[in-house]
Ligand binder design. Structure first.
Ligand SMILES: Nc1ncnc2c1ncn2[C@@H]1O[C@H](COP(=O)(O)OP(=O)(O)O)[C@@H](O)[C@H]1O
Ligand SMILES: O=C(OP(=O)(O)O)[C@H](O)COP(=O)(O)O
Length: 399
């Protein structure tokens, strides 16, 4: 087991990695469950007299959600009830000056670490440890704390580089999510196990379908579901009107998706109908056989939702990662909410994961108590379910 913040001496200068990655709507960062969870870790550290500089990321370069962390500082401040200063820099002079001025009990949020060139390429931890980002920041701190469980499957500099050159501890979120998800991995179920996979990130979900044992069927939706429909020969899963969700992912994953369909097709349930915005701005629905590539599909249709809800109702365990549609818009929430309601009404073991997807629970009046575990992690939790170790956890110090 890794060392945790219980093993830290009080009053140190700490570099702390959070995952504050949140939805951005019209340029406005939306609060999600990650802020509150990390705020609890942060309050504990500040109460213990530590001076804390936080590193975190937001979005991916090229996406609308790739924005500065200035708004995150305000949201975090609301959650901890103290000032959170922000500096629009990660490892330059401005950042170093602000870090050197930090006193015990104070917190500073550094700029979106994905704006630093060293951060993103997936690399070996030893290589990341040599980067300017790590080499510049590490000497300014007594220790490093990683609380970003939901990003722990990424081999990025701020997640895997620092532990090789500093004492490295797990924060509270890291500890609780790791413990909960490891326990799930060891569970056995008497009846059918269903996994509902959707959202935007094919790279995280493909290995799950290929590798996870003990899942009887996968219900697919969202952008990932459309890529599978495209591979199955339907005219969906194409970028329309300037979106950049589909074509790049299709190029990267087409062959694997086709192979999965061939090998594991009997375990996969794909949408039979989809929803779109009609000319009057209302929700329209169409069978996948009648769909055309010029239409943006924003949800699974009602026949699909009914089928998925029925499969959920007869399951012993249900795991959800990723939304079946753009649930943030009520018109396209039926698929995601229909499946969550079916889980809530069924006495099954259930886990709902994903920083975005888990927001649907409070948004549509559902209660977290109706689910066995609601994880703030998406890709990391499903990777853990496949038995994969998470690289940013592997490099933390051991007890
Ligand atoms: N057909 C679709 N088109 C565009 N966005 C979609 C579609 N289906 C789902 N989404 C989006 O997927 C997001 C959740 O996906 P993702 O970020 O991969 O999951 P999470 O953060 O929950 O792990 C939601 O915010 C939702 O709006
Ligand atoms: O939101 C995240 O993951 P998730 O969408 O799987 O919940 C993490 O912040 C990782 O972000 P990334 O998938 O852009 O590397």
């Amino acid at each position: 087991m890794f060392t945790t913040i219980d093993d830290l001496e009080s009053g140190q200068k700490l570099l702390v990695r959070f995952d504050l990655n949140a939805p951005v709507e019209d340029g406005v960062v939306q609060d999600n469950r990650r802020f509150q969870r990390h705020a609890d870790t942060l309050s504990e550290l500040l109460d213990d007299g530590h001076a804390v500089a936080v590193l975190a990321h937001q979005g991916r370069p090229g996406r609308d959600s790739f924005v500065s962390l200035d708004q995150h500082a305000d949201i975090l401040a609301d959650h901890i009830g103290r000032e959170v200063s922000f500096v629009p820099d990660t490892d330059g002079e401005e950042a170093l000056e602000a870090i050197r001025d930090l006193e015990g009990g104070e917190v500073l949020l550094l700029e979106n670490v994905r704006m630093c060139d060293d951060e993103l390429p997936e690399k070996d931890p030893a290589e990341h440890a040599e980067s300017d980002l790590v080499q510049t920041l590490a000497p300014e701190f007594d220790a490093y704390v990683n609380d970003a469980y939901s990003a722990a499957h990424r081999a990025h500099a701020s997640l895997v580089g620092f532990p090789l050159v500093m004492d490295a501890y797990a924060g509270r979120v890291m500890e609780t999510e790791y413990t909960a998800n490891s326990a799930i991995q060891d569970k056995e179920f008497d009846g059918p196990v269903t996994m509902v996979l959707g959202g935007t990130k094919a790279e995280d979900l493909i290995p799950v379908i290929e590798r996870v044992d003990g899942v009887d069927r996968f219900c697919l939706g969202g952008i990932v579901g459309e890529l599978f429909l495209r591979a199955a020969g339907h005219d969906v899963g194409y970028d329309v009107e300037g979106t950049d969700f589909f074509d790049d992912q299709w190029e990267s994953h087409r062959e694997t998706i086709e192979e999965i369909l061939e090998t594991y097709g009997d375990r996969l349930t794909l949408a039979v109908d989809l929803a779109y915005e009609d000319d009057d701005g209302d929700r329209g629905e169409i069978s996948v056989d009648g769909a055309t590539k010029e239409t943006s599909f924003l949800d699974v249709g009602s026949n699909t939702t009914e089928t998925y809800a029925d499969l959920v109702s007869e399951s012993e365990a249900v795991f959800v990662k990723g939304a079946l549609g753009v649930f943030e818009d009520e018109r396209f929430s039926d698929g995601t909410v229909g499946v969550l309601e079916a889980i809530a009404e069924t006495d099954c073991f259930s886990v709902v994961g994903g920083g975005d997807t888990s927001r649907a629970i409070p948004m549509y009046g559902l209660s977290e108590d109706d689910f066995s575990h609601v994880s703030i992690a998406g890709g990391a939790y499903v990777a853990a379910l496949t038995g994969e170790s998470l690289i940013a956890i592997d490099v933390l110090d051991r007890e």
